[in-house]
Design a protein around this ligand. Structure first.
Ligand code: F6P
Length: 546
């Protein structure tokens, strides 16, 4: 039976992949001195060099045609027009509104959301300024020196990642901490060094029902009440949520509750009041610059032709590897220590968005969807897992990220960092042939037998793909643009795979089962209704606890 629609396009792409299998990148670079110019594109000062990929113009044309055939542009415009593209939850997807800098209305269900967005930003400004300058203080009149954000997933990863990334913009006397794990160790180890009278908690939860966050918030509340008295809770807590009633029930004062909206997905919420700890840590002006940088990337995404559109190109190349080549994972490798949580943040953004196996219409997909996203900052990764990227049996497409300018004046560190990132993408692309290895070993004076024995171990297959993303400096604006770049990449891929990138039903089952298991773990109920493994583990757990 003839394949149609997406299935046919994936099959056509597989044919293209077969053609490209005989055309390694070494050859493509040798044939075309303009390959870098042909396959690199800029948005602002962010350059995407995608020339070190297994693509030529025919492949890229096929990918752009694919994007057009599934109407990536139409769906993008529908998202921006506030249509409820999150169909399973009947919600709009408008994180772009949170950072929109223009004066046009942005509507959800006919209502302009911008006045509410601006009012919340104004409230964040007032509150963050007052915490920073000491006008808002602890119950005993002490200035806050430590902010503890209690949240998980999108209510943690975004602000935690951004605070680390913008360390040069923080103050030594005002530290932001992030507690997410229900493991008591996280809260305990964070509070160990803090002074309750100088600590402000922000409870961040879109739903204000997430068990981990509510458990951590209750422990923090007790810590404050035990040290400073119940009445101090008012002065030491703020909250960010769409569930205002639940924040009030927790005992948080009305003027310390910062709202957002159901059209902001948790993993897309760092631009909302969820960014409050960032605004406190780096100052509201820098938080605003972070939003502005993202808005610039939005403008690029909304207007640049597909062939010049960074998120579109990155999305399509990801689809190319996932579907035509069957590569299951994608490494994001920032050569920027301050982006040490960037990949962890992207794991939620990408894997919670596109880790789906039914289409928008609820039918099983017939193709692979979201890849496993992983990575660590370079150069640390080089001394850990790059061996597998260079010589392992799996091909792992990589994104390298690098700033041209460091934030600190500490030569020769940055030059070395840059030399390393360039070396990695070059090594992956070129590899090292048998002939090259033999010549090298001969030059070192090794004998014939030893050369024969060593050569296979020292050959690098090469033709391993990577993108390099280079920017001027890791400023708040650039960080905003980079995060938005990946958000839109995920959108493009979700559209191609025909999945709903904005729900996350897959996290529910574990939550339900944990709830049912808790009384059994606590020894308050029988556990005979569980599978043999779970029963065995519970029994051994109770034996160890005796
Ligand atoms: O369980 C997954 C999830 O719903 C994420 O999507 C979300 O970011 C996280 O939990 C936290 O949710 P909330 O902000 O409602 O506490």
């Amino acid at each position: 039976m003839a394949k149609t629609g997406r299935k046919a396009t994936f099959a056509a792409l597989e044919k293209q992949a077969e053609r490209m299998a005989d055309r390694p990148m070494r050859l493509l670079f040798a044939e075309d001195p303009n390959r870098f110019q042909r396959f690199s594109v800029k948005a602002g000062d962010i350059l995407l060099d995608y020339s070190k990929n297994r693509v030529d113009e025919e492949v890229m044309d096929a990918l752009f045609a694919f994007a057009r055939s599934v109407d990536v542009e139409g769906r993008r415009d529908a998202m921006w027009a506030g249509e409820p593209i999150n169909s399973t939850e009947h919600r709009s997807v408008l994180h772009m509104a949170l950072r929109y800098q223009g004066d046009q209305p942005v509507k959800v269900g006919g209502e302009d959301v911008m006045p509410g967005v601006r009012e919340t930003l104004a409230n964040i400004k007032v509150f963050s300024d007052m915490v920073r300058d000491g006008s808002i203080r602890g119950t005993a009149g002490e200035q806050f020196t430590d902010i503890v954000n209690i949240g998980i997933g999108g209510s943690d990863l975004g602000p935690a990642m951004v605070t680390l990334a913008l360390e040069p913009y923080t103050r030594a006397d005002l530290r932001a901490h992030y507690v997410s794990n229900v493991d008591g160790a996280h809260m305990h180890d964070t509070l160990k060094r803090l002074d309750p009278s100088r600590t402000l908690f922000i409870v961040a939860s879109k739903t204000f029902t997430t068990d981990e966050t509510m458990t951590n918030a209750a422990s923090a509340r007790k810590w404050i009440a035990d040290a400073l008295g119940e009445a101090a809770v008012n002065d030491h807590f703020a909250a960010v949520s769409t569930n205002i009633a639940a924040c009030q029930a927790f005992g948080i004062k009305q003027d310390r509750i910062f709202g957002f909206w159901d059209w902001v997905g948790g993993r897309y919420s760092v631009w909302s009041a969820i960014g409050l700890p960032v605004a406190i840590a780096v100052g509201f002006e820098n938080f605003e610059k972070f939003l502005k940088g993202a808005a610039e990337m939005d403008a690029h995404f909304l207007s640049a032709p597909l062939e010049k559109n960074l998120p579109v190109i990155m999305g399509l190349i990801g689809v190319w590897y996932r579907n035509a080549w069957g590569f299951a994972t994608h490494a994001v490798l920032p050569y920027d220590q301050r982006l040490s949580r960037f990949t962890a943040y992207l794991q939620q953004q990408d894997m919670e968005s596109n880790g789906k196996s039914v289409t928008l219409a609820g039918k099983a997909v017939n193709w692979s969807t979201g890849p496993i996203v992983w990575g660590e900052p370079g150069t640390n990764g080089q001394h850990a897992f790059y061996q597998l990227i260079h010589q392992g049996t799996d091909v792992i497409p990589c994104d390298f990220l690098i700033a041209a300018n460091p934030q600190e004046d500490l030569p020769p560190h940055h030059a070395k960092l840059v030399a390393n990132v360039l070396a990695q993408s070059e090594a992956l692309m070129l590899g090292k042939t048998e002939k090259e290895v033999e010549a090298e070993l001969e030059a070192q004076g090794l004998g014939e037998d030893e050369i024969a024995a060593l050569t296979p171990h020292k050959v690098f297959p090469g033709n391993r793909p990577s993108n390099t993303i280079m920017y001027g400096k890791l400023t708040p604006e650039t960080l905003g643009a980079l995060v938005a770049l990946y958000e839109h990449k995920v959108f493009v891929q979700g559209t191609i795979w025909n999945v709903n990138s904005y729900d996350q039903w897959g996290v529910e089952l574990g939550k339900q089962l944990a709830k049912a298991l808790l009384p059994k773990v606590e020894g308050k109920a029988e556990w005979k209704d569980h599978d043999a493994s779970t029963q065995g583990l519970l029994a051994y757990y109770h034996e160890l606890r005796k």
